[in-house]
Design a protein around this ligand. Sequence first.
Ligand code: C2E
Ligand code: CA
Ligand code: CA
Length: 399
Amino acid sequence: MAIRRELFAGEVLYRQDDVSDCAWLLESGQVELVSVTGRRVASQGVFGPGELIGELGLLDGTPRSATATARSDAVLLAIEREQFIERLQSCDPILRTLVDSLLQRNRGLVASLPTETAVPAEDVACDDPVERAGIDKIRLETQLRDALATGTLEVRYQPIFDIAAGRVAGYEALVRWELPGRGAVSPAEFIALAEETSLIVPVGEYVLERVVATLVELRRRGVEPLPSIAVNLSARQLVEPGMARQVVARVQAAGLPAGALKLEVTESRMLDYAPVAAVMAHCREQGVPFALDDFGTGYSNLTHLHTLDFEYIKVDQAFARHMFDSPRAMRMVEAIVAMSHGLGAKVICEGVETREQLERLRAIGVEFAQGYLVGKAAPVESVLSGEAARLGEAAASLA
Ligand code: C2E
Ligand code: CA
Ligand code: CA
């Protein structure tokens, strides 16, 4: 869980020679770093909001090289070691070498400074927009870890409509993050951030756990047949060691019927077919089907379809949007539907907002529609009560 520290002016954050267990991001106030070597006392500068301190020891595992003391009341956010290490390990080896060599040189330089040398604060303050963006990312990542630990990420459910049957057949789980002081952060932003590191793994587990709990609760309330709920997984999540086993284990532990949980895979440039195919085969055998998400945009690649077997193909919302203003878009939707059916997959069209679109999709044989026409992503309570109400209606019509 993210640690926030509030310091009074004069209070010590850490002392020289302490273990470097985390770095600190200054949110407000000022902190001075002072190192003592023999009889030499050197100020390494006064740091202000948006600056990092104590990060160097994290990189090379050395103890704190200075004592950090608040020069005014200050608020700081702890940044964990893994947040840096994982990124360093995955970066270009040349960059790593450069970081190592800069680190060593910096250590040497500080050690050789004459007595009483202070580095002026202006020299260490950063105004570089790239660096600012880096700091913002570090902060967001820390807050996301916190949201995971405190359970404040919300999973919402958007209905998926079975066009022929004329009813909601299932839902797609979409994660939401309400950040105090910033409002709703789009999953488009924070999922991408989480994907840069293994942070995506706990995010995925979190969503999966919530979705399985929702299915279990629906069953407990007697909803029959259970609607299916689709969980989004990036290709990176899918090939994370142990992921497939985890998904299957959860479904089995909850005793869910085949097809109750579905997985939507987003295409990605780095899709490595062999491991993805193995994971998909394992899940499918255990009753967890797959949908290829956002088909027709982004890293969309026909090789995915040629190499991997999907039960569902989700046509990206861009196609529904342009179906009526571009005859070419319409032809493409028709061709995608024909191709999907030829491959034995059912089609889900995303972003359906008008009745006109829905009728057209019905006419060309699309099985499922998803979009604001059917419903927006809603909180779990509305799914539970909505499904229970449907159950009541069905019982009444049989009576
Ligand atoms: P997606 O999987 O393509 O999800 C559909 C997005 O389109 C959702 O945005 C949804 O709210 C929006 N949408 C649905 N119907 C309509 C419509 O009729 N019109 C318009 N204009 N938009 C519609 P959202 O919730 O912001 O999600 C964005 C993306 O974030 C998702 O795209 C998905 O790729 C990713 N995402 C969301 N939850 C998760 C998650 O739990 N794990 C992972 N890995 N990714 C997730
Ligand atoms: Ca999706
Ligand atoms: Ca999609």
